[in-house]
Ligand binder design. Structure first.
Ligand SMILES: Cc1cc2nc3c(=O)[nH]c(=O)nc-3n(C[C@H](O)[C@H](O)[C@H](O)COP(=O)(O)OP(=O)(O)OC[C@H]3O[C@@H](n4cnc5c(N)ncnc54)[C@H](O)[C@@H]3O)c2cc1C
Ligand SMILES: NC(=O)c1ccc[n+]([C@@H]2O[C@H](COP(=O)([O-])OP(=O)(O)OC[C@H]3O[C@@H](n4cnc5c(N)ncnc54)[C@H](OP(=O)(O)O)[C@@H]3O)[C@@H](O)[C@H]2O)c1
Length: 535
């Protein structure tokens, strides 16, 4: 049977209507779908187009539903993602610019953040924490393609979203009381991981296991002092009702120096220094040190500059919240929430760089301090609704956090379903988080299996996926009895390796070809029987 070629989509949007080519193509396609193309069509007037636009924008951006988003892979590098999305509609290319973790730190998943930018419901281009500067820079370029603002006013085109309930979104945090921290590694460990507790009684927040907890951190006071000193700025300089020191403490990020800062520096320098600042502002790397330039290092590189404090603050990015998997169940800990936080510290030349939120929780916040927080609802990461369903949880390192919560919940509800936990870390002597609890759960029978993988106990690296391969037959047995499988932790390598081990177990013990096994696991994902919370 031959299929008649589709007639070209007529141009319904007048050339004079102030849309970018991207918007024009989309709107033409959309109108063509809405209006019967068998009838002769009269192009819309500017006014008609403008009248329809707000409604259309509200319906969301154009999406090729079946393009499969092949770039949606957190292990893929940005240039490769952009190559795969080349030629796709703008919102899809915007999505490809995101870090692909669907981590919700921006308040959306990757696809929805892209669509919110495209429809101008969201204007902040730097919300993708894992994507960092590269994503923000790419989004800035893509955003420029949106061109002239649509004729409808912004308020019409993008009606302000209703204020989210308190404590339910990064845009409306509440205050919780920091209670305590306890080191989870024993002395001798190479890691620094903390069990952190907050009291939620006053703010009344609740959560379910699988959710994450967002916190607004503050920068290290010594770093703030060093930044103030680096441009000889008066700490008490007033900025919008606050002092410069306060703005530097919890208003702006002092981590990667943003392009805007280099732009500002280029106005304050001359000659070779100006050329370098301009190059850095354009994303180039004239001295091969761009990746190491946080705000302080940038000021030190261009030492002697004296930016106006207000312009300096304006040139920096807002300090973003960070989210952590909740590692407790409210049923066992009424009015409380706990987190399992790995402190990020690393050296660049002589200075130790600090992960802002993890070291804030690991050291700078004190018991009874009030912190701005919110609960980030999990999307597709939850215990099975049926308490009889067996679960297999794979959580090396801090990835164990949500599984401690799952187990507490199953204990509190006397859920009869079987539970199997894979935990792995560097050394059994130092890095067995929650050892007493898990051993007790194993003894009580709540944990039917506890499988451990220590990567630095011997000469050979043993990872959770190696243990999964050893256990392939039993894994398949559990899965064929309906078990749900969960993975949490590192998105870049571990989650991929674990999935490969799972597919191989299905192939070998489920007697399937590799392709059928991959399809089987894809189907598990589709049916929420294989869920991931990776970062
Ligand atoms: C859904 C979700 C759940 C999460 N759950 C947890 C959890 O349970 N526990 C947990 O600890 N974290 C968790 N995270 C990660 C957490 O949100 C933060 O990203 C993490 O704590 C780092 O934030 P930070 O502010 O301390 O570091 P940042 O100030 O954001 O600095 C981190 C950045 O520093 C750089 N960096 C880090 N190490 C090095 C190095 N060795 N060399 C050079 N550069 C380096 C990298 O660019 C990195 O992106 C989760 C994330 C998500 C999205
Ligand atoms: N965005 C951030 O700044 C940030 C902050 C905290 C954590 N993280 C990331 O989140 C993840 C969790 O960190 P964590 O401290 O909880 O633990 P981790 O560093 O991931 O280590 C946990 C265990 O996983 C092992 N491992 C390494 N590669 C693996 C792989 N491909 N497959 C399976 N296991 C692997 C480690 O072994 P070896 O180390 O011995 O190889 C270690 O035994 C890490 O990837 C970390 O980079 C990111």
């Amino acid at each position: 049977m031959s299929i008649a070629p589709r007639p070209p989509i007529p141009s319904l949007i007048p050339e004079s209507a102030p849309f970018s080519p991207e918007q024009r193509t989309w709107l033409n396609g959309l109108f063509a779908g809405m209006i019967s193309l068998e009838e002769s069509v009269t192009p819309l007037s500017d006014a008609q187009a403008a009248k329809l636009l707000p409604d259309l924008l509200d319906r969301g951006a154009p999406v090729e539903a079946d393009d499969g988003a092949p770039w949606h892979d957190p292990a893929m590098l940005l240039p490769d993602r952009m190559k795969l999305a080349d030629g796709k509609p703008l919102p899809r290319r915007m999505m490809a610019a995101m870090a692909q973790q669907d981590c919700s730190q921006c308040g959306y998943n990757c696809k929805d953040y892209a669509e919110a930018l495209f429809t101008k419901k969201e204007e902040r281009l730097n919300l993708c924490v894992p994507g960092g500067k590269d994503t923000a820079r790419m989004l800035k370029n893509l955003y420029a393609e949106l061109g002239v603002a649509p004729p409808a006013t912004k308020a019409e085109a993008a009606p302000a979203a209703a204020q989210p309930a308190p404590g339910r979104s990064r845009d409306n945090p509440v205050q919780a009381t920091f209670l305590s921290r306890r080191r989870l590694n024993k002395p001798g460990s190479e890691k620094e991981t903390w069990h952190i507790e907050f009291d939620l009684a006053e703010c009344g927040l609740d959560y379910v296991v699988g959710d994450s907890f967002g916190i607004y951190p503050a920068n290290d006071a010594a770093l703030v002092d060093a930044v103030l000193g680096a441009f000889d700025a008066p700490p008490d300089f007033p900025i919008g009702g606050r002092t410069l020191r306060e703005a530097l403490t919890d208003g702006v990020s002092l981590s990667p120096a943003p392009d805007m800062l280099f732009q500002l520096i280029s106005y304050l320098t001359g000659g070779d220094r100006r050329q370098k600042a301009r190059a850095l502002a354009a994303g180039q790397d004239p001295d091969g040190d761009a990746a190491t330039l946080d705000v302080l290092a940038a000021l030190q590189k261009f030492s002697g500059i004296r930016p106006d404090p207000e312009a300096f603050i304006e040139s920096l990015d807002a300090l973003q919240p960070r989210v952590y998997s909740i590692s407790s169940s409210l049923k066992c800990n009424p009015g409380r929430v706990s987190l399992t936080v790995d402190a990020v510290r690393y050296a660049v030349e002589k200075r130790t760089r600090l992960g802002v939120a993890s070291t804030f929780l690991a050291g700078r916040v004190s018991p009874s301090d009030k912190i701005r927080v919110y609960v980030q609802k999990a999307q597709h990461f939850a215990l099975p609704a049926d308490p009889n369903v067996p679960i297999i949880m794979i959580g090396p390192g801090t990835g164990v956090a949500p599984f401690r919560a799952f187990l507490q919940e199953r204990q509190a509800t006397n859920a009869p379903g079987h539970n199997w936990l894979y935990f792995g870390h560097q050394r059994s002597d130092y890095d067995f988080f929650y050892q007493e609890e898990f051993v007790a759960m194993r003894k009580s029978g709540l944990l039917n299996r506890l499988t451990l993988a220590w990567s630095r106990d011997g000469t050979e690296k043993i990872y959770v996926q190696h243990r999964m391969r050893d256990d392939g037959r039993d894994l398949w047995e559990w899965i064929s009895h309906g078990a749900h499988v969960y993975v949490c932790g590192d998105a870049l390598r571990m989650a991929k390796d674990v999935e490969r081990a799972l597919v191989d177990a299905v192939a070998e013990h489920g007697k399937r070809s590799p392709e059928d096994a991959a399809r089987y696991v894809a189907e598990m994902k589709k049916n929420d029987r294989y869920q991931a919370d990776v970062y």
